[in-house]
Structures are given as structure tokens and as C-alpha cells.
Design a protein around this ligand. Structure first.
Ligand code: G4P
Ligand code: NA
Ligand code: NA
Length: 194
């Protein structure tokens, strides 16, 4: 998505070879027009898939899930994160290991809101190591729902997330794919012309 790539170049800050700060427009201060266009784009990419629910993880996936589900006319769910393991009958849950924080937390979704009738699109801000997203795919599997695919706003293609999801046969659509980055610049994997 050209507008998104341009915005990343203009307002993003590369903090190191692996961390991109997008606080100015994506995940702290948020540009609502750009967010709605991102949702529209995911809805177009997955049109015809008969999606019934959009699923993300709190916090910074929520507005993208909202924009996408609005465009699709279906509800969205945000998985909750908890430090303590409070396993109950009422939720589907999965452990996620955070490499940056060196800790494991639980993500959970109420059993009330996901079932085997659902066709689910996962949406998130970053596809990085894939730890959080693989956790979400496990929750969807537990629910017996059908995973239509994953929409990532920004993919850091040099990290392992895409490979992990592809191994599991998951369709991935990323709106900006970063091949490499440094404070001197960002290299995107260019989209195929439509
Ligand atoms: P993922 O690839 O499945 O997203 O998982 P990973 O464990 O690699 O990412 C850990 C968290 O760090 C995720 O946020 C992810 O969105 C965020 N993240 C990964 N790379 C970057 C980056 O380069 N810049 C920024 N700003 N964030 C990055 P999260 O745990 O879901 O937390 P939240 O921020 O949504 O609350
Ligand atoms: Na996130
Ligand atoms: Na994040």
C-alpha cells in the first residue's frame, strides 16, 4: 500500500536494525483516515472469503481490527493478554513468549464468541517473530473455526513470523513489507503490479 509505505518513510523512526517506531501515526498517536483505508484494503484483499469475525490482540491491533470489521460488516474480537495463567472453562487460551520482554503471557478469547461456524480473519499492526500471531492461530484452531488468513499492517520480512505462518499454510497479506532497515533508510519488498 503506497500511501502507508510513504508514511512509514516520512514519520517512522528506525531505532535499530529490527525495531521500527511508528508511534506518530500507527500505535500511539493514530491517524484515523489512514487506519480506515487500511481496514478497507484488508476487506478488499479478503473479499469473497465470507468472513464472520475479525480477531486481533490488545492493544495496538484493536483499531485496525475495528476498521477492517467495519468495512466487512462483521464484529471483531480482541484477545486479552494476562500475565497470570488463569485457566478457566470459559476461555480459549494460548501462551505467547515475548522475546523482547523475555516473559511468557497468556492470550485468551471467551468461548462465547468463537465457534466452528466462524470464518476468521486475523489482523495486527506488526508481523514480526510471529509469536503472538501463532498463539492466536492456536486459539482459532481450538475453537474449530476456519482461519481465512492474516492481515498485517507492517511485516518485518527479515524476522521469522511469515515463515512460521506459511509453514502452517496460512495466507498472509501485509500492506508494507520491510526487507531491511537501518537509520539510513528502509527497503520495502515491492508489491506486484495489480
Ligand atoms: P508478532 O510477530 O506475532 O506480532 O509477535 P512478536 O512477539 O514478534 O511481537 C511482540 C510485540 O511487539 C507485538 O506487540 C508487536 O506488534 C510488537 N512489535 C514487533 N516489532 C515491532 C516494531 O518493530 N515496532 C513496534 N512499534 N512494535 C513491534 P504486542 O505484544 O501485540 O503488544 P501491543 O503493542 O499491541 O500492546
Ligand atoms: Na500488536
Ligand atoms: Na505492538
Amino acid at each position: 500500500m503506497k500511501e502507508l509505505q510513504e508514511r512509514i518513510v516520512q514519520d517512522g523512526k528506525v531505532l535499530s536494525a529490527s525495531v521500527l517506531k511508528v508511534d506518530a501515526f500507527l500505535n500511539h498517536q493514530v491517524d484515523p483516515q489512514l487506519t480506515m483505508k487500511i481496514g478497507q484494503r484488508f476487506a478488499e484483499l479478503f473479499a469473497g472469503e465470507k468472513i464472520t469475525k475479525v480477531v486481533t490482540i490488545e492493544a495496538s491491533g484493536i483499531h485496525f481490527a475495528m476498521a477492517t470489521s467495519f468495512a466487512l460488516g462483521v464484529p471483531f474480537i480482541y484477545a486479552k493478554k494476562k500475565k497470570a495463567v488463569t485457566l478457566t472453562e470459559e476461555v480459549y487460551s494460548a501462551p505467547v513468549h515475548s522475546f523482547t520482554r523475555q516473559e511468557t503471557y497468556q492470550i485468551s478469547v471467551s468461548r462465547q464468541y468463537l465457534s466452528k461456524e466462524d470464518r476468521v480473519l486475523i489482523v495486527d499492526d506488526f508481523l514480526a517473530t510471529g509469536a503472538a500471531l501463532v498463539g492466536l492461530t492456536n486459539i482459532i484452531k481450538d475453537a474449530g473455526a476456519h482461519l481465512v488468513g492474516v492481515g498485517a499492517v507492517i511485516e518485518k520480512s527479515f524476522q521469522e513470523g511469515r515463515g512460521l505462518l506459511e509453514q502452517a499454510g496460512v495466507r498472509i497479506e501485509s500492506l508494507a513489507r520491510i526487507e531491511s532497515m537501518s537509520p539510513e533508510g528502509i527497503h520495502f519488498i515491492q508489491e506486484e503490479p495489480a
